[in-house]
Unconditional design. Structure first.
Length: 289
């Protein structure tokens, strides 16, 4: 695959977040509401689409838990399938709950659905007390080391160096900028600000292609590869190609929640040009010639 530039997603591609972000999702809901979902089922929300922001995914999990208490009879897979059928994301989750509950029960659920509190708990669990003070600028109510320290690096240093020597490298992530910086420092990937998009750098969210289109323009590239672990990552590249004269290749990476033959099928179905077992397989796949 000949390319002029390469863009990485971060979570599930450069670093493993199963014990950090995904753990924070389920544990935040447990702490606030006393119940939650199994960590392995978080992927069902990711597959439904529209949940690139893990705060919004946490809100949707909480909404499912609260609605189930009020009599919603949908299983988790039925709920996420219904969310996907409505286009994915938090608005779809709220619509599904509204359709499944009586008006009175819906209002009771919404009255106890405290998104600000969920975000605060999520950030404290993920960052830990010290980083929470530094990044959020306020005192934590939970004393913890932080799940962020449980993240492991997925990309090897040789891979970083090989790819950076071949083509310009960028990053497109749903992380807030300070958390993206921590991850990039950890993996040893230096990315100039103009080639980096985080949650803080644009109003949209994957699979909206605007950030990837902007990176393609800044690279001055004719062909751009975007390596990500979710269906929305692949769809971002597909949407970018449809909106631009450039070619954008979506490359699925099987180190996030999608794995094995099932992951291959799902990512290919979303439009992936290629699927690799690990980001460390990219040097053999990509050429700048």
């Amino acid at each position: 695959m000949n390319i002029d530039a390469l863009v990485f997603d971060v979570d599930g591609v450069l670093v493993d977040v199963a014990r950090s972000y995904r753990r924070a999702i389920v544990e935040s809901v447990r702490r606030v509401y006393g119940d939650t979902i199994p960590r392995e089922t978080v992927q069902q929300f990711k597959d439904a689409g529209g949940f690139n922001n893990d705060w919004e995914l946490t809100n949707a999990v909480a909404l499912y838990v609260l609605a189930s208490r009020r009599g919603m009879e949908l299983s988790l897979s039925q709920f996420t399938d219904a969310v996907a059928a409505m286009g994915g994301g938090p608005d779809a989750a709220r619509t599904v709950v509204g359709e499944e509950l009586s008006p009175a029960d819906r209002e009771r659920v919404l009255a106890t659905w405290d998104r600000d509190h969920l975000r605060s708990v999520f950030q404290q669990l993920y960052l830990g007390s010290d980083l929470y003070r530094d990044i959020e600028g306020t005192e934590p109510t939970i004393e913890t080391e932080g799940f962020i320290h449980d993240e492991t690096v997925l990309i090897e240093r040789d891979t970083v160096e090989t790819l950076a020597d071949r083509v310009p490298v960028g990053v497109l992530t749903g992380r807030p900028a300070p958390e993206a910086e921590i991850a990039l420092d950890r993996v040893g990937l230096a990315v100039p600000d103009e080639y980096r998009f985080s949650m803080d750098d644009w109003a949209g969210s994957k699979p909206d292609p605007d950030a990837l289109l902007t990176l393609g323009d800044r690279f001055g590239a004719e062909t751009v590869a975007f390596a990500g672990d979710t269906l929305d990552d692949v769809r971002t590249a597909v949407n970018a190609t449809a909106a631009d004269d450039r070619t954008y290749y979506g490359i699925g990476v099987l180190t996030g929640g999608l794995t094995g033959e099932y992951g291959q099928t799902k990512l290919r179905g979303a439009g992936a040009e290629a699927v690799v077992e690990s980001v460390n397989d990219l040097p053999d796949l990509l050429s700048s010639d």
